[in-house]
Ligand binder design. Structure first.
Ligand SMILES: [Ca+2]
Ligand SMILES: [Ca+2]
Length: 408
């Protein structure tokens, strides 16, 4: 029995359609086929909640197929053929595709905004159409490809799965939506790949479907990488120069201003970074920002830097001690005592240096600085000719102490 389902254009005339046509052979009957699908689907509308949250920025161009040179035919579609670049960002591959708007005669709607693809096109038979685009990728990074696969089904007539081959370079696979209910169905699929090249071809090709293989809402996002936290404190005082212990000289026997520097922290994603500084186990941050200054009392301290890239955090820890000038002089005396000078040369040096300790301890910085100056003269006279490098280290160290206490 022939059922009148509407009219379609045949050789310039609106002509009645019937549902027992041979849809593969005749353009008019293909139009009728699209019309018939719309008729069948009109009363069966399913709204399927779709996962739409994608972490990170989408690096695919026009993944929703909204942009480009779309000139719809009377059915709300436009055929695009292999090699076409009319769909912004994409090249049509394999075979004809139908670019579709929501205003189509079949009642099919996009999963995202107003446009989508039907990879069966008007030709509705294998090989089905496809689209591809090449994106810049970073070798070794992991990317997630997500897309919505569409199908329409009606018990008895257009039942059957829709399949698409989704690939990124050599990765990917065939994804199939096998509908259990009729209507305009969309389902989100995703897969991940690890980039092996600085450019990767992202492609979707229809594999299986009856009249319709929907594609929309494609995206490629790079998996976030945690930041790297790196923290330093300054200005450091070290004897001998290049030593690994972190000391900061107090200019007043009480505390010191310490520069906290997290600016060498980095993030492979170039995410904007936030910096939080914590000290000595305190629960609240003492400062934010890549660079910060803080007063620290004489004694040992632990500073923790927490760097956030908005997804992940990384921490770095720095231990240091704020020391008094007298402690610094004591450290220098230990170094002089251990130097390979022979006892004959050491004792006069230590004798000159040692009075600086009690001077600094009682706050008489002027006397302390004078005593350091005397030590420097002695080093120049007795050590410099014999070991210029050692002499230079000691003079530099005493000069630092003098400068910090304001006597340099
Ligand atoms: Ca869309
Ligand atoms: Ca990151």
């Amino acid at each position: 029995m022939k059922t009148n389902i509407g009219t379609a254009n045949r050789d310039g005339k609106e002509t009645k359609c019937h549902n027992n046509y041979n849809y593969k052979s005749d353009p008019f009957e293909l139009r009728c086929a699209k019309l018939l699908k719309g008729t069948l689907l009109a009363s069966l509308f399913l709204l399927i909640p779709l996962a739409s949250a994608h972490a990170g920025a989408n690096v695919l161009t026009n993944g929703s197929f909204e942009d480009g040179n779309f000139v719809p035919d009377g059915n709300g579609y436009q055929s695009k053929f292999p090699g076409s670049t009319d769909i912004t960002g994409w090249t049509v591959t394999s075979s004809e595709v139908a670019w579709a708007s929501n205003a189509n005669v079949d009642g099919l709607t996009a999963s995202d905004r107003t446009h989508f693809l039907d990879l069966t096109g008007y030709h509705d038979s294998p090989p089905y159409g496809g689209v591809s685009q090449t994106i810049d990728t970073i070798i070794g990074r992991t990317y997630t490809v997500s897309f919505d696969l569409g199908d329409s089904a009606k018990s008895g007539l257009y039942q059957g799965p829709a399949s698409v081959l989704a690939s990124a370079g050599s990765a990917g696979g065939v994804f199939t939506l096998g509908p259990s209910a009729g209507g305009n169905l969309w389902q989100t699929y995703s897969y991940s790949f690890r980039a092996t090249s600085s450019a990767t071809d992202i492609a979707f090709t229809g594999v299986q479907g009856i009249f319709y293989i929907g594609l929309d809402n494609a995206s490629v996002t790079v998996e976030p990488v945690p930041p790297l936290a790196l923290a330093t404190v300054s200005p450091l005082f070290a004897i001998p120069q290049g030593g690994t212990n972190r000391f900061i000289l107090s200019p007043n026997n009480a505390d010191a201003t310490v520069l906290l520097d997290g600016s060498q922290s980095s993030d492979a994603d170039n995410d904007p970074l936030q910096f939080f500084w914590y000290a000595d186990g305190q629960p609240s941050a003492l400062a934010t920002g890549a660079l910060a200054t803080n007063q620290f009392a004489v004694g040992p301290h632990t500073v923790q830097l927490v760097v956030s890239d908005g997804h992940d955090t990384a921490t770095a820890q720095v231990r240091f001690a704020v020391i008094t000038p007298a402690t610094a002089v004591g450290q220098l005396m230990a170094v002089v005592d251990e130097a390979n000078l022979g006892s004959r040369n050491k004792q006069p040096l230590l004798a000159t240096l040692s009075p600086a300790m009690p001077s600094f301890d009682r706050g008489d910085f002027k006397a302390g600085v004078n005593q350091l100056s005397a030590f420097q003269n002695q080093v120049r006279a007795q050590v410099a000719t014999w070991d210029p490098a050692l002499a230079s280290e000691w003079i530099t160290a005493t000069q630092r102490i003098s400068e910090v206490v304001g006597g340099g």
